[in-house]
Design a protein around this ligand. Structure first.
Ligand code: GLY
Ligand code: MN
Ligand code: MN
Length: 435
C-alpha cells in the first residue's frame, strides 16, 4: 500500500478515535498547535525545534506555530503558519502525500493563524501556547482528553508501523557503519560521525542524543559526551533514527579480541536473554512479567559467569540483580522515544505506577496487539550502586575480584524494537539488524 493510502486510513482512524475522546471528555472540538520554539536566554538562537507530539500524530508538517482544528463530522483543517520572512526558512511542506487529508489554509502571522480558529464553543487545546488558547476560551490541555489521546497513541496503525520500519532500516544501516568504525579503533566521536553519516541525517534530526560509549562509559546509562580516545575494547552503542517523527531505538554491545574473555562471554548470553524476552512479549501478558523475567535471566548470567557466588534463583529472590540492572526492561516507542501511556491503566488516565522495588519501569500495561515497545536488558558495573553491597551484609555473595576486573569495561545492553501482533511479537530490529 502507498504512503498516501496508509496515511489516509491513519487520519480516518484518528478522526474517529478523537471524536469519541472528545465526546467522552465533554468537548465539541480540538485545536492542536505544532508548538513554539525555545529561544535561548538573551540570545537570538533557538533550540532544535520539536513539534507537539499530538500534532505530529496527525500531520508530518514540520516547523512551529501551525494549528490543527478537529471538528466532529468535518475534514480536519491545518492552518499553516507561513510568514513572509527571508531570515529563516518557514515550516516546510517537504512531502505531499498527506495533503489531501486536510483542508489547508495559510496564515502570515500568529494572530492571523489564531483568528482562523475563532472562538469555538467547548473547545479543547493541546500544546504549549496555553495563554493564548485560554484567552480565546479554549480549555488548555485538559487531562480527561489528553489521557484519552495518549491512550490512543499506544496502539500503532499500519502507517505508523511503516514509519517505524523506515526508521529501523536507517538505524540498522547506521549501526553497521558505526560498528565498522569501532572495529578499526575509532573514537566515540568518530563512531558517532560514522553513525550520523550512514543514517543520512543531521544531529538535530536524531530522535535522541546518541549514546556512544567505549568501555567504562557504558555504565553511565545516558552517557552523551563523545571522547576522542581510540581503541576501545567494548562499544555500547544506543542510537536510533526517526522518520516523520517515529523513532527507532537500538542498542548493541560489541567487543574486540582484546576484551577480557569473561566480559566478552557475557555479551552473547545477554543477546540470547534479550531475544528470549522478545519472544515472551506476547499479547495478554503483563509487561511487568517480562521485566521480572529479565531479572531472573540476569541472575542466571551473573551466577553462571561467576560474578555472584549464589544460585540464579537466590540472586533473583534476594534482589542481588538490582545493582547490575537498575532500569526498566523497556518502554513504549513511537513519536516520543519514551512514548506515552505506559503507566495508564485506562483511557481516562487512572495511574498504573510500577511496583516500589522497580521504580524505573516505564510500562506497566498488559501487552496488547498494536503496542510497540523496546526490550532492552542491561548488565552494568556501576560503582555507586555496587558500593553499598560491598560493605553490606550480602557482600560474600559477590565475587569482588571478578567484578573489579571487569568494571573498567562498563556494561552491556541489547535493545530491539517490538511490534505486538495478534499472533505474537514481531522483532522489527532483527529483521534489519540480525546480529
Ligand atoms: N535510548 C534511550 C533508551 O533506550 O531508553
Ligand atoms: Mn530504549
Ligand atoms: Mn536506547
Amino acid at each position: 500500500m502507498t504512503h498516501a493510502d496508509l496515511f489516509s486510513r491513519h487520519v480516518s482512524r484518528l478522526q474517529a478515535k478523537t471524536e469519541k475522546a472528545l465526546a467522552e471528555a465533554g468537548f465539541e472540538s480540538l485545536v492542536i498547535s505544532s508548538g513554539t520554539p525555545f529561544t535561548f536566554f538573551v540570545d537570538d538562537r533557538d533550540a532544535p525545534f520539536e513539534p507537539t507530539p499530538h500534532f505530529a500524530h496527525w500531520c508530518p508538517l514540520t516547523g512551529p506555530h501551525h494549528l490543527l482544528h478537529v471538528v466532529p463530522g468535518r475534514k480536519p483543517r491545518v492552518i499553516r503558519y507561513a510568514p513572509e520572512d527571508y531570515w529563516y526558512e518557514q515550516g516546510g511542506v517537504t512531502e505531499g502525500f498527506w495533503l489531501p487529508e486536510f483542508d489547508l489554509e495559510e496564515a502570515g502571522t500568529l494572530d492571523a493563524a489564531w483568528e482562523r480558529i475563532g472562538t469555538p464553543s467547548r473547545a479543547a487545546f493541546v500544546g504549549s501556547e496555553t495563554e493564548r488558547a485560554t484567552k480565546l476560551g479554549l480549555e488548555a490541555n485538559p487531562k480527561a482528553l489528553v489521557s484519552r489521546l495518549d491512550w490512543n497513541r499506544s496502539y500503532k496503525d499500519d502507517y505508523e508501523i511503516r514509519c517505524l520500519e523506515q526508521a529501523t532500516v536507517l538505524g540498522a544501516r547506521a549501526h553497521r557503519a558505526a560498528r565498522e568504525a569501532f572495529a578499526t579503533g575509532a573514537s566515540e566521536r568518530e563512531i558517532h560521525h560514522a553513525f550520523v553519516g550512514a543514517a543520512g541525517t543531521t544531529e538535530a534530526e536524531l530522535p535522541y542524543t546518541t549514546i556512544v560509549a567505549l568501555e567504562k562509559n557504558g555504565a553511565i546509562l545516558h552517557y552523551e559526551s563523545k571522547q576522542t580516545v581510540r581503541d576501545g575494547r567494548v562499544l555500547l552503542l544506543d542510537a536510533g533514527v526517526q522518520v516523520r517523527r517515529y523513532a527507532s531505538d537500538i542498542t548493541r554491545t560489541t567487543t574486540t579480541a582484546a576484551c577480557d574473555p569473561r566480559f566478552a562471554a557475557m555479551v552473547p548470553a545477554m543477546e540470547a536473554l534479550e531475544q528470549q524476552l522478545v519472544q515472551e512479549s506476547r499479547p495478554g501478558r503483563p509487561y511487568l512479567d517480562v521485566h521480572l523475567e529479565a531479572h531472573r535471566g540476569i541472575g542466571r548470567i551473573l551466577s553462571e559467569h561467576g560474578l555472584l557466588k549464589v544460585s540464579a534463583e537466590e540472586a533473583y529472590e534476594t534482589g542481588l540483580t538490582h545493582p547490575f540492572f537498575p532500569h526498566g526492561i523497556g518502554h513504549h516507542l513511537g513519536i516520543q522515544v519514551h512514548d506515552v501511556a505506559g503507566q495508564q491503566s485506562d483511557p481516562s488516565g487512572t495511574p498504573a505506577p510500577p511496583p516500589e522495588e522497580h521504580p524505573y519501569l516505564r510500562n506497566t500495561r498488559m501487552i496488547e496487539p498494536g503496542h510497540v515497545f523496546t526490550i532492552e536488558p542491561g548488565l552494568y558495573f556501576i560503582p555507586m550502586l555496587l558500593r553499598p553491597f560491598r560493605s553490606g551484609p550480602r557482600s560474600a555473595a559477590f565475587d569482588w575480584d571478578t567484578i573489579d576486573a571487569l568494571a573498567p569495561l562498563g556494561g552491556i545492553r541489547v535493545e530491539d524494537n517490538v511490534v505486538v501482533m495478534e499472533s505474537g511479537p514481531r522483532n522489527l530490529t532483527r529483521e534489519q539488524l540480525p546480529d
